[in-house]
Design a protein around this ligand. Structure first.
Ligand code: UDP
Ligand code: MG
Length: 338
């Protein structure tokens, strides 16, 4: 990919069915970026939207030379869309931001200030989670507690993907090509000099969140299993504890028989113990299965995302014979399409 060092800031915006918000978002973003007097590019990653998002983006692109559009071949999910954006960015500072105006573009000014003080990653931490339900707030807090203690990594809570990443940190991130991508964890894992800026998270401007409780649960399991083996240990530990309890029961029953001389009438006890043990076995199998499933997915080495089209006026002008780059998400696999 071409590295254009004259671009100072790359703004990365994954978009999935955001037709109601995208124009207003772009206006607000441009107003902020123009105050900064830095050269910039805005990379919109269309993550398989099924509404008019792409058409609106193309209309914006025609009039604004700062815009690039990476149109993915289908919906790959936000984490992969973000990865595509980082792969294609060429700025010295990279800012992933949501298109629904929950991450206010005005905070970018603060992020840049901290970056100029010498920090490599400036995280944006929400003071409030306006618009999130009570259950979402509680489960989010619990999730961060669990993942921090399991992974021994300082993954900041109430911090989404909105942050500023210096080019050197982004290059480190680009080398992590794991399929199950828990970006917040990866941002922490790479280390570097990090700091935090606080901001008020706004409610979604329009449209609906793409998350439901099932996808959030999957996301949480992805996060925990990507960064920790503790669940496997816990399942072994449960195995040991249950075996010890059964052993204890065994001795107790033998004594009872020796003392009373009778068989114990224990039909219901038996049912309870068997179903309890089956539950424990299934649960530990399930935990193991989570890890095996992930190993299976990682060993396939599939591309993280597939690009259908790229709209990049500058690259088009540079390209000879009207060739456009087609990129498959595998860093070594860039091909040219006529
Ligand atoms: N998004 C995406 N692909 C998806 C889901 C979401 O690119 O499969 C984008 C979405 O358009 C938005 C950002 O990711 O710009 C955050 O999504 P959302 O608001 O649904 O998440 P939440 O803010 O509720 O965590
Ligand atoms: Mg949102």
């Amino acid at each position: 990919m071409c590295e254009k060092n004259d671009i100072e800031l790359s703004i990365i915006v994954p978009v999935y069915n955001e037709s109601e918000t995208i124009t207003l978002f772009h206006e607000r973003l441009i107003t902020v970026l123009e105050q900064l007097s830095k050269s910039f590019e805005i990379i919109y990653i269309n993550d398989g939207s099924s509404d008019t998002t792409l058409e609106i983006l193309i209309n914006l692109y025609v009039f604004d030379k700062h815009i690039k559009i990476i149109n993915l071949s289908r919906n790959f999910g936000k984490e992969k869309a973000l990865t595509a954006g980082i792969d294609y960015s060429s700025g010295q500072g990279i800012i992933p931001i949501d298109a629904d105006l929950q991450d206010p573009p005005e905070v970018i000014i603060e992020l840049v200030k901290k970056w100029e003080e010498g920090y490599d990653i400036v995280n944006a931490k929400r003071i409030t989670r306006k618009g999130d339900s009570f259950i979402k707030k509680i489960t989010a807090r619990l999730f961060y507690k669990v993942i921090r203690s399991f992974s021994k990594m300082d993954i900041p809570d109430n911090t989404g993907d909105f942050r500023l990443i210096d080019r050197k940190a982004a290059e480190a991130l680009k080398r992590l090509r794991e399929y199950h991508r828990f970006m917040k964890g990866l941002f922490s894992w790479i280390g570097f000099k990090q700091t935090t800026v606080l901001y008020e998270r706004a409610p979604r401007y329009a449209g609906k969140t793409k998350w439901n409780y099932l996808s959030l649960l999957n996301f949480a399991i992805d996060g925990i299993t990507s960064f920790s083996h503790v669940p496997l240990r816990i399942s072994s530990l449960i195995g040991v504890i249950v075996s010890l309890i059964s052993f204890g029961f065994g001795i107790y029953f033998v004594f009872c028989i020796l003392i009373s001389g009778n068989q114990m009438p224990g039909y219901s006890t038996l049912i309870i113990i068997i179903s309890f043990l089956c539950g424990v076995l299934l649960m530990t199998n399930g935990i193991m299965g989570e890890y095996i499933g992930r190993i299976y997915n990682e060993t396939k080495h599939r591309d993280l995302y597939i690009v259908r089209d790229i709209f990049d006026a500058e690259a088009d002008a540079d390209a000879e014979n009207d060739t456009t780059k087609v990129y498959s998400g595998n860093l070594n696999n860039t091909v040219l399409r006529k």
